[in-house]
Design a protein around this ligand. Structure first.
Ligand code: PAF
Length: 287
């Protein structure tokens, strides 16, 4: 069966309304396109849990801080459609900007707490843009579950909080980060790396793994993170926006590894900002 493609909200509602009348379980995978194996793994996880899978492709202008970043964001719709067709997604919703933000659009969804710090500190307004568009996409599709990759760990936390606070009747399903064989977390932004940068990029994940290992056996948090930041720069990265250990549940800051935690990093390789994160637990402490 070929994938159905809709660009208008009315057409989306008509298709998903038909599914609902048949009591079919619907999953949505929101994306900004330039689909890679990480996105496809989300679609596969969705197909395993739902009768029908909608993928959305919308490069959301409200979540970009720099006009150049928005303009340079890869747009590969024809290839994306072929990938979605091959993996068996049922519906692609690819609205124009005016369909999501019609003239006069004036509402912003802002999630306090988890949006602050980390990427929120370096990309002001980014998570307001994410929360606003994701709220719209979840409500427009009326899906039963929505799947998001843990590479964007803070984004997952923002969306979980928003869905709880706004009583949006949907299950949020976080899915593990998909990596290249050399450890680099898959990201549409990897397409921007030069060959030389691509060779350096996996060092970020390698340093993250080594740092998580040191923390897991009780190394002091502050000095271990400072040393790891220096290693990232020595590896060839231009700068480190942050390298932090946060509580896995709510991203609260804490100086000791005394609860399930997440090690999160954002660093610049040339003109490309890469993010990654790993779970960290203290070996032998039983957390
Ligand atoms: O992770 C992304 O691709 C985007 O932030 C999302 C969730 C599709 C919202 O635009």
């Amino acid at each position: 069966m070929s994938i159905e493609i809709v660009r208008r909200l009315a057409d989306l509602r008509s298709v998903v309304g038909g599914w609902r009348r048949q009591d079919l379980v619907t999953a949505v995978v929101p994306t900004m396109g330039a689909l890679h194996a990480g996105h496809i793994s989300l679609v596969q996880a969705a197909l395993a849990r739902a009768d029908r899978v909608v993928v959305t492709i919308f490069v959301n202008p409200k979540q970009f801080n720099a006009a150049t970043d928005l303009a340079n964001y890869p747009r590969t719709e024809a290839g994306d459609i072929a990938k979605l067709q091959a993996c068996g997604a049922h519906l692609l919703y690819a609205p124009a900007v005016e369909e999501i933000y019609p003239p006069g659009f004036a509402t912003t969804v802002s999630v306090a707490g988890v949006s602050q710090g980390l990427c929120g500190a370096f990309r002001p307004g980014h998570f307001d843009g994410v929360a606003t568009v994701v709220a719209k996409l979840l409500l427009q599709t009326g899906a039963d579950l929505a799947l998001f990759g843990e590479k964007d760990f803070q984004q997952v936390k923002v969306i979980e909080r928003m869905v709880r606070d706004l009583d949006i009747p949907i299950e949020i399903v976080p899915c593990p980060t998909v990596r290249e064989a050399d450890g680099l977390a898959l990201s549409s932004r990897n397409l921007r790396l030069s060959a030389a940068e691509r060779a350096v990029a996996p060092r970020l994940a390698a340093i993250l793994v080594a740092t998580a290992d040191r923390l897991a056996v009780g190394a002091a948090v502050a000095t271990t993170l400072a040393a790891a930041s220096a290693e990232i720069i020595a590896a060839g990265f231009r700068s480190v926006d942050y390298l932090e250990l946060r509580a896995a549940s709510d991203l609260q800051q804490h100086a000791e590894l005394d609860r399930p935690a997440r090690l999160l990093v954002a660093a610049w390789l040339g003109e490309t900002r890469l993010i990654d994160n790993l779970e960290v637990t203290r070996r032998g402490v039983g957390i």
